[in-house]
Ligand binder design. Structure first.
Ligand code: SF4
Length: 221
């Protein structure tokens, strides 16, 4: 894998994409990795799945079914898959529903998000995420292309430089269906026990794990 990193020189590739359109970045990733490229989406919106499928129609899209999603999100996944013929692979946890989210959110995210994601990424060379720098201060310096050292693979964030408005414009231009929760004050959508609506203008992720010293589920750390 070291050869792969050297060959790609991810840092300079990332810098060269600072002004590139997300579709250009996705086209590059598809060209580099082909079927060993996978997209991970939380389906809080449909922009990344739609865009990735427009570049490679059969691209694999991972959805982590934590068993604690809002009914609206599960509906939205099915609707996106049906409308755009998406190749969605649903990853389920190896554990049954339990009460862990009430006392151990790190452990709960570990078995319901991180482990299923890592299982879904096994055998792949690169993964694509919908991470944006404006999502939260902790993501402000997110690179567009990087080496995901713990997973031993390349990570591509084609929407890193986009704003929420960019996403809205893309969704409107393509007539995308939206997750009904967005219009009810949920700009960032996770599991129902850990996601609250936010006031307009607030940090979009401030509704996640409210009152706890936790801002990430562990997928990006
Ligand atoms: S977001 Fe909450 S319910 Fe979902 S996996 Fe993490 S701790 Fe569990």
């Amino acid at each position: 894998m070291t050869d792969l990193v050297d060959r790609l020189d991810v840092e300079s590739v990332s810098t060269s994409f600072e002004r590139a359109a997300p579709t250009t970045i996705l086209e590059w990733a598809v060209e580099q990795f082909g079927d060993r490229l996978v997209v991970a989406s939380s389906f809080e919106d449909g922009v990344l799945p739609h865009m990735a499928a427009s570049v490679k129609p059969d691209i694999e899209i991972l959805f982590l079914d934590t068993q604690y999603h809002f009914a609206e999100t599960l509906w939205f996944v099915d609707e996106m898959r049906r409308r755009y013929n998406l190749n969605v692979r649903v990853m389920k946890p190896l554990v049954q529903p339990d009460d862990r989210w009430q006392t151990d959110v790190a452990g709960c995210c570990g078995v319901r998000k991180v482990e299923p994601l890592n299982r879904g990424l096994a055998g792949k060379a690169a993964w694509v995420t919908g991470l944006k720098r404006v999502d939260a201060p902790t993501r402000a310096n997110a690179p567009i292309v990087s080496w995901d050292e713990p997973r031993g693979m390349v990570k591509v964030n084609p929407l890193a430089t986009w704003t929420a408005l960019d996403q809205e414009i893309y969704a409107a231009e393509h007539g995308l269906v939206v997750n009904p929760l967005v219009e009810r004050g949920y700009p960032s959508i996770g599991c129902w026990p850990c996601t609250k609506p936010v006031t307009p203008g607030d940090d979009p992720r401030s509704g996640r794990w409210v009152g706890l010293d936790k801002t990430e589920c562990g997928l990006h750390t």
